[in-house]
Write a protein that binds this ligand. Structure first.
Ligand code: SDX
Length: 428
């Protein structure tokens, strides 16, 4: 007999089906609630609300588990390439060699952006934040591919748009950096792999050979995998709701980039490094800053700490923290920010305020230290998050469109003025 939830309202009993996921997560299906009871639910921030059923990513916040299509993040970060993981998220299975070759070739041949787009870059001020540039440029791609506006286009045409985005995002990201530096743009090299190509476009100059360090390429590959998807987070939910109106994929991903920019979400990785540098310049008194983070009168928060879902260590933070020591040693870098971060983590995790609220380091706490070691400037950290998260956003959009989910349109509880008549300005 299928499980039901019983609700009593105004003296009447109602039953709603309970659905159970493959990992035994349970939900009350309230899709008929308003029609049968006249009530809606209220859940500001959707802390208790499932927006969809998805087979892409599973995470267990209590146990600190994260899997993409069933594969543990720890194994993928260690053994896979980023494009393998992108294929897995988008198409549901790890690719065969032939499938990966075809996927890679399709992406490689679309890494260039239309020459006319270079003028857009030149219109931005040198100090433009690259996330603002990236969001604008990604949406602008839709103007060069008007066929992408057709919501009923073929699966092959959808594939082409997905591959174009995966191919062009690193180019647009690298060029936003070059534009800010007022350095010449470097064109993609089709004989370089995905990560090496991005680093080349970011750091090479036309006047000299640029030798991409394999340690740096491997570190970037791991970081992109760790950021690739994270079920229904803020930016992914944005992608799903924008995509549910049948807006084209470029505009949909542009909205996801904008949501990710916020300091409470993907923008936290930039905030963490700026926080660590502030603590360092303030003399490194970690206890003082932990006290500030606990003080309700003080707006300061420990950036990179806490998570809506993880009430245990973010498994990605564990992997990145370990990779920090490894990569800084290989690159011969001593970064005082890492020592401050480790001390901050130790003090916070021993503090009752953080323990009582299950606040642990999240994916953003250590990632900036590695990006810095790879030579990525601080303002580009959230752009790196967007490059990593792109296959996740695409896979979630693809799942939502293939499941023909309805346009997202939440309800509300109105708390404003009840009806009243217009008053002429002379009588106000
Ligand atoms: C990402 O959702 C995802 O999956 C996101 C992400 C992904 O991969 O897509 O994992 C990526 O966005 C990671 C989070 C990056 N953000 C930060 O590091 C910013 C700092 N952290 C927070 O602002 C906060 O922890 C959030 C936004 C991440 C979560 O906020 P919630 O779930 O709304 O929790 P809350 O703000 O209600 O906090 C609960 C309590 C509050 O105290 P009380 O009211 O109970 O007294 O914990 C406190 C908060 O004040 N708290 C913190 C804190 N985070 C929460 N106090 C000090 N420092 C912090 N960082």
């Amino acid at each position: 007999m299928s499980e039901v939830a019983k609700i009593e309202l105004d003296g009447k009993q109602y039953e709603f089906p309970v659905i159970t996921g493959t990992e035994n997560e349970k939900a009350i299906d309230i899709s008929k609630l308003r029609d049968t009871t006249g009530y809606v639910t209220l859940d500001t921030g959707y802390k208790n609300t499932g927006a969809t059923k998805s087979s892409i990513t599973f995470l267990d916040g209590e146990e600190g588990i994260l899997r993409y299509r069933g594969y543990p993040i720890e194994e993928l970060a260690e053994k896979a390439t980023f494009l393998e993981v992108a294929y897995l998220l988008i198409y549901g299975e790890l690719p065969t060699q032939a499938q990966l070759d075809s996927f890679t070739n399709s992406i490689t041949k679309h890494t260039l952006v239309h020459e006319d787009m270079k003028q857009f870059f030149e219109a931005f001020p040198a100090k433009a934040h690259p996330m603002g540039v990236l969001s604008a440029m990604v949406c602008s791609l839709s103007t060069f591919y008007p066929e992408s506006l057709d919501p009923n286009r073929s699966a092959e045409a959808k594939d082409l748009t997905m591959h174009r985005l995966l191919a062009k995002l690193p180019t647009l990201a690298a060029w936003s950096y070059k534009n800010a530096m007022r350095h010449p743009f470097m064109y993609p090299k089709n004989n370089f792999d995905y990560c090496k190509n991005f680093l080349y476009m970011m750091f090479a100059m036309p006047t000299e050979e640029y030798d991409v360090d394999p340690v740096v390429v491997s570190a970037l590959n791991k970081l992109l995998i760790l950021h690739a998807d994270h079920e229904q987070n803020c930016s992914t939910s944005t992608v799903r709701i924008v995509g549910s109106s049948q807006a084209n994929l470029y505009a949909t991903i542009s909205a996801g980039i904008s949501a990710l920019w916020g300091p409470l979400h993907g923008g936290a990785n930039q905030e963490v490094i700026e926080m660590l540098e502030k603590i360092h310049h303030d003399g490194g008194d970690v206890d003082k800053w932990v006290a500030k983070a606990k003080d309700k009168e003080d707006p300061f928060r420990l950036m990179g700490f806490g998570h809506r879902v993880y009430k245990n260590f973010d498994p990605r933070a564990k992997i990145i923290k370990k990779a920090c020591d490894d990569i800084l040693e290989k690159l011969g870098i001593v970064d005082p920010m890492l020592d401050i971060a480790k001390k901050l983590e130790r003090v916070a995790l021993e503090d009752e305020y953080f323990k009582a609220r299950n606040l642990y380091p999240n994916v953003d706490f250590y990632s900036g230290i590695i990006y810095k070691a790879l030579g990525i400037p601080t303002e580009m950290f959230t752009v790196m998050f967007a490059i990593g998260r792109l296959p996740g956003w695409i896979s979630q959009w693809k799942e939502m469109t293939e499941n023909k989910e309805p346009i997202g349109r939440p309800r509300q509880i109105y708390t404003g003025e009840t009806t009243r008549n217009f008053v002429d300005i002379t009588a106000r």
